[in-house]
Ligand binder design. Sequence first.
Ligand code: ATP
Length: 378
Amino acid sequence: MQNSNDSSSAAHGGVVLAGLSKRYADGTTAVDNIDLRIEPGTYCCLLGPSGCGKTTMLRMIAGHETLSEGAILIDGKNVTGRTPRERGTAMMFQNYALFPHLSVRDNVAFALRVRGIDKKARLFEADRVIEQVQLTALANRLPGQLSGGQQQRVALARAIVMKPTVLLLDEPLSALDEFLRLQMRGELRSMQRTLGITFIHVTHTQLEAIAVADQVVVMDKGRIAQSASPRVIYAEPRTEYVAAFIGGQNVLHGEVTALSDAGVTLRGAQGANFLLPRDGSTLQTGQTVSFAVRRDRMQVTGDTEAVALAPNSLRGRVRELEYQGIYMKVSLTTEDPAAPGCVVYVEENTFFKDPVSVGQPVRCHWAADEAHGLAAMA
Ligand code: ATP
């Protein structure tokens, strides 16, 4: 995985998970035989719905949870069974876990005290890190005298003062309001670049993951559905699950009627042909295939129902219009039972040049090379 970190030559914290599994005593398999490589100095997001195993995987990497099977390597060393300190990891918790009776400075210095570092050295180091997270003016306050965003910075300072090679962040932004969340995610990203270490950040928010990460790992029921750069995850989701979870896509289906070097021809439920680029997969005529087309890569035009459907188009009615500023979200009800709810994002100027209205019969259509074949679900 190529990351966008400028200081990658000095980067640390390469993580390899080999056949990693976690089964709890009650028989729940939270993580199921996962193989994953995270290059040193990568900002990696573990993304998936509630219960998919993200936190369990993070806690295993951190050294806070035992493994049922497999191994964890950090910078080439097998750290399975080692303590967090021995493996060079630090964790930033969702609820920040700050000591309420200690000042910001003492909260940050606390971990160094546990390591037996003398008072002068630990306060010097704490002040250096507090400056890095821009809290110098508040260093003597108690956590209860800080805003949520400031508490989050203390938690970050307390984790990085340990000089970890891998920093694990469990839903670090979930307690913040929308405005602070956007600000803090930028700060986390820039802190990761400055430190040149690996961040592994658990989130269930798609846009958060694709905004900050070099590598997005989409999880499904304890397994990895896809691991790739945000661009690839968004533009080339591998399966229907990833396309649906990441959003911004319409997932359509058709039956293979012809195969040629130029591509695959499918017949949709409304009788139109859909063309798919050939991607080397072994398809057969008669097979039902799923594909995705991005919402912003479809067009909508008023329909004359008497006219036969052109290739790569669907017929429907406008169910709802939502103005989103830079685009109009046009939701359609189609007669295709496999894709009853198509959504198209029409750029604002384009929409208002020739607007459609709620209830109007329309066609949505797309260029053949905008269709992206999806692998069958596991
Ligand atoms: P969320 O986003 O809700 O935090 P998650 O993706 O982080 O979810 P995990 O907390 O890793 O998911 O949980 C994965 C699965 O393991 C879930 O089915 C959960 O109920 C189960 N699980 C977690 N901890 C335990 C435990 N101590 N004992 C039994 N099952 C557990």
